[in-house]
Design a binder for this molecule. Sequence first.
Ligand code: BT5
Length: 230
Amino acid sequence: MTLGEPRLDVESCESTQLLVDTSLPEGALVVADHQTAGRGRLGRSWEAPPGTALLCSVLLRPPPERAAPELSLVAGIAVADTIERSVDLSVQLKWPNDVMLRRRKVAGCLAEARDGAVVLGIGINVNQTREQLPEGAGSLRTLTGREWDSETLLTSLLRDLGDRYAAWRAGGLDAVYEGLGPRDFLRGRRVNVNGTSGVVTKVDRAGRLEIDRGHGDLVTVESGEVVYDR
Ligand code: BT5
């Protein structure tokens, strides 16, 4: 599926998520150089100095039989595809929506339902210096030692997201699982999610986190905040 048409480019906005007009066709894109109130999940913020990051939102209309929250995982897979091909380093996905490179968060994805559609936001740290990044974060620049062109990354991202989204539409998470399972950052790590503690065994084919509470006592978690041992 082709994503990115029509496209709106802005220098500055509160959040690209708010600029997506949900009456536009599927694939509509908003790209910003800077956000004054970039959003993460659960009311958190997403920060990047002007001109340093790839910040975009895409309008999607998933079919009713698909679980729309899975789109943040689908987006993470596409971001990982793009970064791996561009920088030639392997990328991990930290459930549910963080993209990790060399154990640092290099991108985040946010799927928000609006007017019966989904506004999918993606932020990739591209050219921030270490001083410009929050604790625990990395950028392609800090992690590879050179600067990267955001527009080239965006072209690649739209293609990868279009491919992964089309596969997911047709076959659900199972159809893109090979891009998720092997990249699982949390597998084997001791975590606490919403009060459940144990060792992560996997992200399952329904997109849930499976945790071993000890001696094979497995539980699955649909959503939540992961605290993990580094
Ligand atoms: C996310 O939320 O990771 C989803 C981020 C989505 C951002 C994109 S940018 C384009 C579009 N427009 C928006 O307004 N949003 C989307 P979450 O898992 O809640 O992570 C947020 C947390 O990550 C914050 O509380 C910080 O601790 C941390 N953080 C903030 N800015 C960051 C950055 N640039 N890099 C890495 N971590 C960051």
